[in-house]
Write a protein that binds this ligand. Structure first.
Ligand code: ATP
Ligand code: MG
Length: 271
């Protein structure tokens, strides 16, 4: 059975698109036929992060409006055989997305045999974000360890619980996962950031992973390669762990503790 997963947050700029790209790539790398859809109409940037911006001809709204077929609009990922990207329109208004139109696109993707459909949501709680979450089976709630981000995540959880199809039909609720991004243990230690346990305590949803704050993310996006491809880096390892947990494997948390440099490290500056 196909699963539709929305990557959402409420607050902007917390790492949704970064996480959507690595999450979709990670699932595809493990052999799952996956598609990632950019719902950020007007501000599309998933195609940049995935490095396929020059190949965009048609987009989600063209498909919703039947101006192009899904096969025309889907772009094959440059790394993974079984990963496709459905870009957003840069020029249209986000209201061009209709609920029926989005539902029809998702149905067709399911019929095409996709196992995972990842929906990269725009920030906010308005139309575009609602369209991204309405049909979700699961949600990754991307949250930074700071009060405003946690508050907006709480708000989006309320919306998922009120407005998703699953909520409206009274069936099995949307399965929620907390993904904490841009985590800096040193700043947590210094009391400048909330700890992951603080965030968890406020939101009270299961934690699927913690992605460390890293310059590698900017480097990856400048290159147009999702961070998960930079094997051996902390960020790639953390996203790999998220995929493992999502697929049901127990995986211990990493990158949560700040290790004070020892005396020798402080003297010689070695890492
Ligand atoms: N783990 C990380 N470490 C450092 N920087 C990060 C990390 N994750 C994301 N960023 C940076 O944060 C910024 C926002 O990331 P991204 O575009 O993924 O967020 P978003 O939630 O999709 O934003 P929007 O709400 O505008 O769609 C980018 O500059 C990105 O490089
Ligand atoms: Mg984004």
């Amino acid at each position: 059975m196909a699963r539709i997963i929305v990557v959402t947050s409420g607050k902007g700029g917390v790492g949704k698109t970064t996480s959507s790209a690595s999450f979709a790539s990670g699932l595809a790398l493990r052999g799952h036929k996956t598609v990632v859809i950019d719902f950020d109409v007007g501000l599309r940037n998933l195609d940049l992060i995935m490095g396929c911006e020059r190949r965009v001809v048609y987009d989600l709204i063209n498909v919703v409006n039947k101006e192009a077929s899904l096969n025309q609009a889907l772009i094959k990922d440059k790394h993974c055989e079984n990963l496709f990207i459905l870009p957003a329109s840069q020029t249209r208004d986000k209201d061009a997305l209709t609920e029926e139109g989005v539902e029809a696109v998702l149905h067709e993707l399911i019929n095409m045999g996709y196992e995972y459909i990842i929906c990269d949501s725009p920030a906010g709680i308005e139309h575009g974000a609602l369209m991204a979450l309405t049909f979700a089976d699961e949600a990754l709630i991307v949250t930074n360890p700071e009060v405003s981000s946690v508050r907006d995540s709480d708000r989006i959880l309320g919306i998922i619980q009120a407005k998703s199809r699953r909520a409206q039909s009274g069936g099995e609720p949307v399965k929620e996962h907390l993904l904490i991004t841009r985590y800096a243990p040193k700043r947590v230690e210094a009391g400048e950031m909330l700890s992951f346990t603080d965030v968890q305590e406020i939101l009270r949803i299961p934690l699927i992973g913690i992605i460390p704050e890293s310059e590698q993310v900017l480097h990856a996006s400048n290159q147009g390669n999702p961070a998960i491809h930079f094997k051996g880096t902390d960020v790639a390892n953390a996203y790999e762990d998220v995929i493992s947990r999502f697929l049901g494997h127990e995986t211990p948390l990493r990158y949560t503790n700040y290790e004070k440099p020892g005396l020798l490290q402080r003297i010689f500056g070695a890492k």
